[in-house]
Design a protein around this ligand. Sequence first.
Ligand SMILES: NC(=O)c1ccc[n+]([C@@H]2O[C@H](COP(=O)([O-])OP(=O)(O)OC[C@H]3O[C@@H](n4cnc5c(N)ncnc54)[C@H](O)[C@@H]3O)[C@@H](O)[C@H]2O)c1
Length: 393
Amino acid sequence: MSSDPMGVRRREFLTQAASASALVLVSPAFLPAALPQSRRIRVGLIGCGSVSRMYLPHLTKSPHVEVVSLCDRKSERAASRGDEFQIAARYDSIEQMLGGEPFDLLVNLTDMQEHGKLNRTALLADRHVWSEKPLANTYREGKSLLELAKQRGKRIWGAPAVVNSPQFAEMARLLRDGRLGRVAAAHAHYGHTGPSWSAFFYEEFGGSLPDLGVYNLATLTGLLGPAKSVVAMTSIITPTRTVDDKGKIEVQAEDNAMVLLEHQNGVLSHVQCGFNYFDPYGHEGDGQDRPTISIWGSRGTMHMIGYDWAPFAVELATVEQPAPVRLATDTADYVWEEGASVIAKHMLAESEPLISAHHALHVLEIMEAARDSQTSGQRVTLESTFSWPIIRP
Ligand SMILES: NC(=O)c1ccc[n+]([C@@H]2O[C@H](COP(=O)([O-])OP(=O)(O)OC[C@H]3O[C@@H](n4cnc5c(N)ncnc54)[C@H](O)[C@@H]3O)[C@@H](O)[C@H]2O)c1
């Protein structure tokens, strides 16, 4: 989402169920230091731009979080969000923030190009990190962040939070139970006409893949398992744009992408994303009733209805029940901006969330591989993987 999207739902039953099963799987070395149950996770939030308008109302209502400081290099932004949400400590730089009001978890909502550097600085200062996507600008940088976190006994997690939705869980259960027969293929798409406020979306290491395709890649790998290889084409459809912070700019990053993924057992999937998609339902998808994720198997087909960051149903048709039925129509309390508050909840409970750093790193490697495939014209083999399936019985 690259403007304020709808978001009114959040779900706890699944994260609780998953954390119970995941506890068995987690190495104690990765667990955060024990935190008293009565306290809240103290959050320092950096980047008080557009997305903070969604994060701050959510975080300041969370029973697991206390937002203690704000930071933005545009100091008036931290000041105005601070006034709005009664957060007294405001800083212009991460160094000042780390030396100021103590906090446990950095919530990083800055420009995509700043994430790797700021996440590293926070880990080196012994803070846990929740990062908006992407976790870092390159796969290599992302891997080094995970290694650093391990060395420091800290944790890092990255958006998106798509694996937390009840619709993701429903689709994962249907796959697990074999309702689609032999799974063969999947498709996902997400696009709009592009953000208008900040140039970074169009500069090097920006682009529609890390801003939009990232959701679909997390969903498809989350449902079908880690990808083994990638073939992609990317292009620039709109070579110049006018944005609020820099006026007229040359677009450097792709604004149009088609990515093919090879998963295990011959399953193939496809993601398309771009900043040149007219959406008759608007960016927030109000009133839309169409799938954005589809999966086909030998005995069934299913679709996720709505965007994968805010889905509201799953549609299933099978050999036994060919007329499509709507499932998982309850969105519970899942909202796409819940990532950091869910992480805080799990830090307090010393349990594992569904969202994992290794999954975010895998998605980062796919996005880099897509760019490499466009440059070289070749298929790119991936090395990363993550613990899968995400939803366990
Ligand atoms: N806007 C949305 O709806 C949305 C939705 C989901 C995810 N995101 C993601 O959130 C992140 C931020 O997007 P945005 O739309 O809020 O951008 P934005 O330009 O509106 O805000 C970014 C803010 O970060 C600040 N900043 C940048 N570097 C900094 C640094 N080194 N130190 C301190 N402050 C710094 C900028 O001054 C700016 O205020 C991106 O990763 C984006 O992909 C945005």
